[in-house]
Design a protein around this ligand. Structure first.
Ligand SMILES: [Zn+2]
Length: 254
């Protein structure tokens, strides 16, 4: 048995044995679907400057720059599809092995794979909301309109409001209800499965610590070492999709 087969075997055993599994995903699961990690050095996002939330609120020029970045991102990566890692998690949720997916990603790929009730810590790029009247809707037609006209579209409901993709911007607070629900899952779970997160930014750094402090088994599948590897029950430095697919094959074979 190779090292990666042994890892998949151990992962399958731990997933099969848990009563309340929670998966926590970061950029690493989506890079396997071709979506670049905006934090990695030399990555595609380094040609963009970060538009801070305060600037977005205050300046029409900053809102235009924000829309240009989001619309170009949607054009380049809007057709990305879930990979076998996303699909394995959705299958495990349907069979009651994983209760909840918590993600740092804004790409909606877990939902596209069939996961329900995903807790999106950083929001979603697939929707736009009006900061002034609360209208919310599909971002795709509005991003397409921006690319056509070069102008930030007006709010379809109140016409004057500031429309923004429903992601959490730099300098913008996370949604406290989403954070509370994620912390509750971390407290209740007996298995906490980290997929493609370096666990250095909050709340990513805290959630596995909370789970671990309540006695959950921690599994970390990530390309690079993380600060929590030493307290994890299992650390795997392989492809997330291939590892989860191999574990799923073992689980459905028996
Ligand atoms: Zn509005």
């Amino acid at each position: 048995m190779s090292a990666s087969e042994a890892s998949a075997q151990r992962l399958a055993e731990l997933v099969a044995a848990c009563r309340h599994g929670v998966a926590f995903s970061g950029a690493g699961i989506s890079t396997e679907s071709g979506i670049p990690d905006f934090r990695s050095p030399g990555g595609v996002w380094t040609r963009f400057r970060n538009v801070l939330f305060d600037e977005f609120l205050a300046s029409a020029e900053a809102r235009h720059e924000y829309w240009r970045q989001k619309a170009e991102g949607m054009r380049e990566f809007g057709s990305a599809a879930p990979n076998e890692g996303h699909r394995a998690l959705a299958a495990w949720q349907r069979r009651g092995l994983i209760r909840r997916v918590i993600t740092q990603n804004i790409d909606g790929l877990h939902q596209a794979a069939g996961s329900d009730g995903v807790l999106e810590l950083h929001g979603t790029v697939l929707e736009v909301s009006c900061l002034d009247c609360g209208w919310r809707g599909d971002s795709k037609p509005l991003s397409a309109r921006f690319l056509e006209t070069g102008a930030v579209p007006p709010c379809p409901a109140c016409e004057a409001g500031r429309l923004k993709h429903a992601t959490i911007s730099f300098g913008q607070n996370l949604d406290p209800d989403v954070i509370d629900a994620a912390v509750e899952e971390a407290r209740r779970c007996d298995l906490f499965l980290v997929l493609g997160s370096s666990l250095v930014v909050e709340p990513a750094a805290s959630l596995p610590r909370i789970a671990r402090s309540r006695g959950a088994t921690l599994i970390i599948i990530n390309r690079d070492p993380t600060p929590l590897d030493r307290v994890a029950g299992l650390v795997i430095r392989e492809s997330i999709g291939a590892t989860l697919a191999a574990a799923e094959a073992l689980l459905t074979r028996s």
